[in-house]
Design a protein. Structure first.
Length: 433
């Protein structure tokens, strides 16, 4: 048990150091993420030391239930690539420029329009995709408009990581926690509507109080030109996304697993899109670029973290953590515990760990603990940059665009917004359950 705990703690420390010092390396013209290396080496050490046998790991990775991490990865990658396809076709940038370009000279209008736009798109796609798509546009827009980019950057980041709670597909952490506990798409939605609405209202209020003074100045410069969009490909992508979400909602009634529905939607999209391009005599470069943008490093990252948690489960560590957290009501202990744990080890490993911890609870307490952990995994993203991979990538994007934002300043803004938003969300969860 002590060795498993030591490897787990060492892995988290190494992960934090790597995230701050060198989360990616450059090979040729490509940036290759290496943040998955500490968990991978930690998992390998556990297996080589026979703390956890290869047979036990294989059994865990191929389990028949929804907790199977391979099924969860299939669901995640399928939904992510559908969203990336839409982005590659120009949908998100075009929509952003069309909507935000109508704000005129009012920063206040622009601010609220951005929040609403990002919130709606995040609900139906993914917080990571929206953050990575909108951030370069906001940097470009605010530079040309000669206005302070920080209110809009925080507005985008907070909105994406708040409204990602509403649907299972909004965040990989939702997928892992909810599907691992056999929670259906519609059951999840019914519970998370009120917490998300209260968190959304709370985060918007705190953002406005924080940045209202800066938003009083008018926009003087002209708006950037409208981006191009590949309308037929966008139509194909939106049709597949819409049908996929519809079948995910109906999954418990038609007795189809969510991972299979998402995979079918992805495969169908990547059959029909090439057919359309071939009939038009067009290149398949856009599809190749879409596939290249798949976050493949997520696979070794999640599988390795799952292996580490298997060791903690085997040696009774997760049961002890569950007992310690059960001293207080689960909504508060797991909500606060997951929120702060995400900022110690990142929200994806935290979700893998808390999913197993919740499995050690009695059924009456398990539901509250799981939904509270979902809330903590999403809102923990804007407490510190370490809270989510989206935060790490967001900070890197800002640096690449010449925008200076220190860890300390991020945390000062994040704490002001995150803590009240977490309180609103957990109160909403009390009334939902």
């Amino acid at each position: 048990m002590i060795f498993s705990i030591a490897v787990g703690i060492g892995t988290c420390i190494a992960l934090i150091l790597l995230v701050f010092l060198k989360p990616a390396i450059k090979i040729g013209h490509e940036q290759i993420s290496i943040y998955w290396l500490p968990p991978f080496l930690g998992a390998l050490l556990l297996m080589l030391s026979q703390t956890l046998s290869f047979r036990e790991v294989a059994a865990g990775l191929t389990a028949s239930g929804e907790m199977n991490p391979i099924k969860i990865l299939i669901l995640f990658f399928s939904m992510t690539l559908i969203s990336v396809f839409l982005d590659s076709a120009g949908f998100f940038r075009y929509l952003a420029e069309r909507i935000l370009g109508r704000a005129g000279t009012s920063q206040t209008t622009l601010f609220f329009t951005l929040y609403i736009t990002v919130s709606i798109l995040t609900v139906f796609t993914s917080n990571d995709i929206i953050v990575l798509t909108f951030t370069p546009f906001i940097c470009y827009f605010t530079r040309h408009a000669k206005i302070d980019p920080l209110p809009y950057l925080f507005c985008e980041f907070i909105a994406a990581n708040t409204w990602s709670m509403l649907l299972i597909i909004g965040n990989p952490t939702n997928i892992y926690l909810a599907t691992g506990a056999n929670i259906t798409f519609f059951t999840y939605l019914k519970v998370m509507v009120l917490p998300t609405l209260l968190a959304g209202g709370g985060s918007l209020l705190m953002l406005w109080l924080l940045f209202a003074k800066k938003l009083r100045k008018p926009i003087a410069a002209s708006q950037p030109s409208i981006a191009t969009i590949d309308r037929p490909l966008v139509a194909i992508g939106l049709a597949h996304l819409g049908l996929c979400i519809l079948f995910l909602i109906l999954s418990s009634y038609i007795h189809l697993p969510m991972w299979a529905i998402a995979l079918a939607a992805f495969l169908s999209l990547f059959i029909w899109a090439p057919i359309y391009l071939a009939l038009r005599g067009r290149s398949l470069v856009m599809l190749r670029e879409t596939l290249k943008r798949a976050p493949l490093e997520m696979a070794p990252f999640i599988l390795s973290m799952f292996t580490l948690v298997l060791a903690l489960e085997k040696w009774g560590v997760t049961a002890k953590i569950a007992a310690a957290l059960s001293v207080l009501p689960e909504i508060w202990s797991f909500g606060l515990g997951s929120f702060f744990s995400a900022n110690l080890m990142n929200n994806i490993p935290m979700s893998v760990l808390f999913s197993e911890i919740c499995g050690n609870l009695e059924s009456a307490a398990q539901s509250a603990a799981l939904y509270a952990s979902v809330i903590g995994s999403n809102l923990g993203a804007f407490f510190t940059p370490l809270g989510a991979l989206a935060g790490i990538m967001w900070m890197q994007l800002l640096s690449a665009h010449g925008i200076k934002l220190s860890f300390g300043r991020f945390t000062r803004y994040g704490a002001i917004i995150a803590l009240p938003t977490l309180l609103f969300a957990l109160l909403g969860l009390i009334f939902s359950l």
